[in-house]
Design a protein around this ligand. Structure first.
Ligand code: AMP
Length: 355
């Protein structure tokens, strides 16, 4: 018998908690690296190491004690990871993380593969926002290149006054300006690839966001099979090009039968939480299997399902439904806009969803 392998996860939030649970089901040890002593993953992991994400010394010590290192979020110091990469397998690769950390490199990379994204422009000075807005004469969305998530770091500019109000008195972080897509719907593909190059994709889910935060993911989407297949083909192109190992989430805008990639996430993704109860395997099981060189499982969907995020609260009337699976992340403080849990509601055949 080989000794039990240990997976290291950078980050201790809900994604790490659900990854750690899937890893434990397969008999792996899980060590978590996280700055927060009360992190959700602490409820299920073997060991927690407290430290900051730019503390190289602490990160090296952590990584020396694991067999494979993975991560649950993008904002980790690349220089530190490049050092760890010399002695530990980091999956997904540092290259994939580096591309997706910065909206400018991410979108440039996608375009270089011939994949359509919203039109974007590099912004380093407030005067460039003004110039661009005056030239385009239509609303633009200013997004910080780094550290933005759940709509954070995004300002919609509809008038010159918006620029004055939001940017004139503040330091401008390196940003991009994006055309605003009046999309018909948003979709996402959760895809997994292993070292041998085997790929599995979950059926594209349909997402609804409010104020930049994911509220629901619904399966099946009423999008045509042709467009669903196109979205899957785009996701495949990305993971093959990156020689990717693990789960990736690819978010799309769909407008007049055209697909635009909004974002790629080199990790398990909120819009893939439905897989825990709607599919023969979950995205968390698949990620652990891919990074530990285990064969991938079936990604077939067995039920119609809606995933509802619990935002800013851990209760919902939906929880009383006998087909509701409730996941509470165990965060100590609830704040408006904070993801506290989610509910997967399996839809009985012929029933209406309680939207
Ligand atoms: P992001 O943080 O870039 O994933 O954006 C969060 C959400 O904001 C997206 O899921 C969309 O609902 C909305 N959004 C972001 N970028 C655009 C865009 N260029 N046009 C329209 N809506 C957008």
């Amino acid at each position: 018998m080989s000794p039990t392998k240990t997976i290291g996860i950078l980050g201790g939030g809900q994604l790490a908690k659900m990854l750690a649970t899937a890893a434990a089901d397969l008999g792996f040890n899980v060590n978590i690296y996280c700055p927060d002593t009360n992190c959700p993953a602490a409820q299920v992991a073997n060991k927690i190491v407290f430290g900051n994400y730019d503390d190289k010394e602490n990160l090296v010590a952590f990584a020396k004690n694991v067999d494979v290192l993975t991560y649950e979020f993008e904002n980790i110091d690349i220089k530190a990871l490049e050092e760890l990469e010399l002695f530990v397998n980091i999956r997904p690769s540092v290259k994939a993380l580096k591309i997706s950390q910065d909206r400018l490199t991410e979108k440039s990379y996608l375009n270089s593969l011939g994949i359509k994204t919203p039109q974007f422009y590099r912004i380093d000075e407030v005067s460039e926002i003004e110039k661009l807005f005056t030239k385009l004469k239509k609303p633009i969305l200013i997004k910080t290149r780094r550290l933005g998530y759940d709509g954070k770091g995004q300002i919609l500019v509809k008038t010159l006054d918006d620029i004055n109000n939001h940017f004139l008195s503040k330091k401008l972080f390196p940003s991009i300006a994006e055309e605003v897509i009046s999309f018909d719907r948003e979709l996402s593909v959760i895809i997994v690839r292993n070292k041998e190059g085997n790929i599995k994709t979950f059926e594209p889910g349909e997402n609804v966001h409010k104020s930049g935060i994911l509220v629901t993911t619904t399966l099946p989407s009423s999008t045509s099979e042709v467009l669903k297949n196109d979205a899957v083909a785009i996701a495949r192109k990305i993971v093959v090009n990156l020689d990717y190992i693990g789960v990736m989430g690819v978010e799309f805008f769909l407008k007049e039968s055209k697909l635009y990639v909004n974002e790629i996430a080199p990790r398990v993704h909120n819009s893939g939480h439905w897989t825990m109860d709607g599919s023969y395997s979950s995205q968390f099981q698949q990620h652990i299997r891919a990074i530990m060189d285990l064969p991938l499982l079936s990604t077939e969907r067995h039920s119609d399902i809606i995933m509802y995020n619990l935002i800013g609260q851990v209760t919902s009337n939906l929880a009383n439904n006998e087909l509701a699976k409730v996941y509470v992340y165990g965060k100590k403080d609830s704040r408006p806009g904070r993801k506290m849990g989610h509910i997967n509601l399996i839809k009985k055949k012929g029933s209406q969803p309680p939207l």
